[in-house]
Design a protein around this ligand. Structure first.
Ligand SMILES: Nc1ncnc2c1ncn2[C@@H]1O[C@H](COP(=O)(O)OP(=O)(O)OP(=O)(O)O)[C@@H](O)[C@H]1O
Ligand SMILES: O=C(O)[C@H](O)[C@@H](O)[C@H](O)[C@H](O)CO
Length: 180
């Protein structure tokens, strides 16, 4: 059996911009041997245009986007592969949309002080997200509740440490190496 649980791993790495969602989710997917998806690839063009112009998304902008991520989660689950998705999922109601399609979904939430996040975003040259949206994201963020399945981690340590901590907190184990 490839995983500790019968259900394939379905994990969302959540949080505000710059916290490391994409980087951590990609590595976690690799370690678990499951597909990776970036929620940014599911945004309609209008959402990207809005954020690029420094205007925060609202609930109406995010609903259809979260629903399409929900369809991706459902498809990966139906295919028996599971997935790790990098998705802000800032509010509990957003996470509920994903839980509706996969009740066992787990959230990994890396967090860091504002100045660390702003520095990381400012350093990136290949991304549409402006630093100016960070404060609106922090204002909207609803941390994981005690009844939500998941783990909150300090996003400061090196990535391999973060990913190992995430794996220790999740009920999934990496698949054994393929026989030589
Ligand atoms: N633990 C870490 N230590 C140092 N740098 C990190 C760490 N995690 C991420 N980074 C760097 O910070 C930057 C932001 O990371 P990443 O793009 O993964 O964040 P994100 O949460 O997906 O952001 P966004 O939501 O804006 O796409 C990247 O340049 C990444 O290499
Ligand atoms: O909920 C949102 O406002 C969006 O998902 C944003 O978080 C960005 O898409 C992301 O930060 C850039 O990757």
């Amino acid at each position: 059996m490839p995983h500790a649980e019968a259900e394939p791993p379905t994990v969302v790495v959540m949080g505000v911009s710059g916290t490391g969602k994409t980087t951590v989710a990609r590595l976690l997917a690799e370690r678990l041997g499951v597909p990776f998806a970036d929620a940014d690839d599911f945004h309609p063009r209008a959402n990207i245009v809005k954020m690029s112009a420094g205007i925060p998304l609202d609930d109406a902008d995010r609903r259809p986007w979260l629903q399409s991520i929900g369809r991706k989660v459902r498809d990966c689950r139906a295919a028996g592969t599971g997935c790790v998705i990098a998705c802000s999922a800032l509010k509990r109601s957003y996470r509920d949309i994903l839980r509706d399609v996969c009740p066992g979904i787990r959230f990994v939430h890396p967090t860091a002080p504002r100045d660390v996040l702003a520095a990381r975003i400012a350093r990136r040259t290949d991304h549409f997200m402006p630093v100016s949206l960070l404060d609106s994201q922090l204002a909207e963020l609803e941390p994981l509740g005690p009844d939500e399945h998941g783990v909150t981690l300090d996003a400061g340590p090196p990535l391999d440490v973060l990913v190992t901590k995430a794996l220790q907190a999740l009920p999934y184990r990496p698949p054994p190496p393929a026989p030589a």
